[in-house]
Design a protein around this ligand. Structure first.
Ligand code: SAH
Ligand code: SF4
Ligand code: F3S
Length: 466
């Protein structure tokens, strides 16, 4: 297939592959936005691209290694294109770039550019340097200027559900985590900028916004009037935007869940009753060694307060098993905490020692086999809870935001308030609208909904509960 007929002479094709968290997905969109006016058109695959950016994740060893295997594949592609007389710029961005910039340059000679998450606004300048013949451009600074000044979402979102970064970086320094090193110090975008971007996204068709930050509930944005606005208040202001139907935020730290945010959950129907609130471990000894700055008691009390404010709220979490020093009893405490709190969904990982973090130097590393065994037990309990949560949805009515066509003719895929995928038979022009449906079937990872026969057009439902 050739698209050359509509490509202007100076236009190049850009392919960005995102790994890791949702912030990388958001950042990839911003990189495409910033390169668009410089003649780059986004395409869906590496084969046809003149520039390939890998937007990488460093959170666990496996995530990092993916980059090097992908670079191996891209070498063949770059050689093949070179034989056909075509140049290919290969770039590595994101958290591996930040953490291992020099190493990538040394290990992968095909890489032309390596740049960290705080430098994306400088991309056009970096590309110009490569165009002028520089072969190895490396930028892993934490610049003093605000990258967001040049990086808010400019294009219309292609998605009904859009991401919006409001906060980046982290000052918490959990002893297992690379994020404070790869993303830098905590930074909140000013409130007026966030509101502007939200307005633009909604005007472009977004009906749901997920506010992003590594520590999103630590948000404290300059309100432009000499004061500071927290996340609870930001949600209140976003709630006023007409056309915006749903608000979510991720990822929160238990220590930053303040009263104003809990009250926002009580008061704002648009704020979805689903909260990702990672605890990591159910053992206080381990939490302390992790430097999490909270214990299990404060976490459980917090959950009680949140549930009192918003009784239908469902919780999700992250867990790490096999952190250095974790005993069988510590692990049993994690299982007990999961039973006590009850989660609708959760992510769990084997501890992966990351170079440069305090955990990696601890002498009490846990055996791989023990980690695997604990992970299997934890995941089986979490799965049970997820299945039970989904099963309890059967027969209830839920609002669904239709996002895209399903696999079968006449079927749409939407999301429930609890981020479950819901398959519903509905016409394609319903995409972007909310409707209340009855949940008639339940699978481990998705639900099936039925529209009530009478409704021909979707009602603007704002019912959020199960
Ligand atoms: N900011 C979020 C977490 C970001 S990383 C928070 O504070 O909770 C996402 C998840 O990856 C973490 O919650 C943790 O469970 C997991 N993770 C981070 N570092 C890890 C490591 N070294 N090994 C295994 N899992 C890790
Ligand atoms: Fe990492 Fe902890 Fe910061 Fe989350 S709070 S990003 S886990 S250091
Ligand atoms: Fe990964 Fe960086 Fe996100 S390490 S999880 S891409 S902040």
């Amino acid at each position: 297939m050739t698209q050359d007929s509509h490509i202007k002479p100076n236009e190049r094709r850009l392919f960005i592959k995102s790994y890791g968290c949702q912030m990388n997905v958001y950042d990839s969109g911003r990189m495409a936005d910033v390169l668009g006016p410089h003649g780059f058109e986004s395409v869906g695959g590496a084969e046809e691209a003149d520039m390939i950016i890998l937007n990488t994740c460093h959170i666990r060893e496996k995530a990092s290694e993916k980059v090097y295997s992908e670079l191996g594949r891209l070498r063949a592609l770059k050689d093949q294109r070179a034989r056909a007389g075509k140049d290919t710029i290969i770039a590595v961005a994101g958290c591996v770039a930040q953490a291992e910039g020099e190493e990538i340059m040394a290990r992968a000679p095909i890489v032309d550019m390596v740049f960290g998450p705080q430098t994306y606004h400088r991309l056009p300048e970096m590309v110009a340097r490569v165009d002028q013949g520089e072969t190895r451009v490396l930028d892993t600074d934490f610049p003093v200027e605000d990258k967001f000044d040049n990086l808010s979402a400019v294009g219309s979102p292609k998605n009904v559900a859009a991401f919006l970064t409001i906060q980046e970086g982290c000052d918490k320094f959990c002893t297992f985590c690379v994020v404070p090193y790869t993303r830098g110090a905590e930074f909140s975008r000013p409130l007026p900028r966030v509101l502007d971007e939200a307005q633009r996204l909604v005007a472009g068709g977004a009906r749901e916004l997920t506010l992003l930050g590594q520590n999103v509930n630590a948000y404290h944005g300059d309100n432009g009037k000499g004061g500071i606005t927290g996340l609870g208040d930001l949600c209140r202001q976003l709630s006023e935007i007409e056309g915006l139907e749903r608000i979510r935020y991720t990822t929160s730290h238990p220590r930053d869940m303040d009263d104003s945010l809990i009250e926002a959950h009580r008061d704002l129907p648009k704020l979805m009753p689903y909260l990702h609130l990672p605890i990591q471990s159910g053992s206080n000894t381990v939490l302390q060694a992790m430097n999490r700055q909270h214990d299990t008691k404060t976490y459980v009390e917090l959950v009680e307060r949140i549930r009192a404010a918003r009784p239908d709220i469902a919780l999700s979490s992250d867990f790490i098993v096999g952190f250095p020093g974790e005993t069988d009893q510590d692990f049993e405490d994690t299982l007990a905490l999961v039973r006590e709190v009850t989660y609708a969904q959760a992510y769990s990982f084997k501890y992966s020692p990351r170079p440069g973090t305090p955990g990696a130097d601890m002498e009490t590393q846990v055996d791989e086999a023990v980690k695997s065994e604990r992970l299997a037990r934890l995941q089986s309990l979490l799965n049970e809870q997820q299945i039970a949560f989904n099963a309890a949805c059967k027969g209830t009515r839920m609002s669904v935001l239709y996002e895209k066509p399903g696999r079968f003719e006449g079927q749409l895929i939407g999301r429930s308030p609890y981020l479950q995928s819901v398959h519903v038979e509905a016409p394609e022009h319903f995409i972007g609208t909310l409707e209340e449906v009855e949940i008639v079937d339940v699978k481990p990872n998705s639900l099936t909904g039925h529209r009530s026969g009478a409704a021909k057009e979707p009602a603007k439902a704002t019912v959020h509960g199960a």
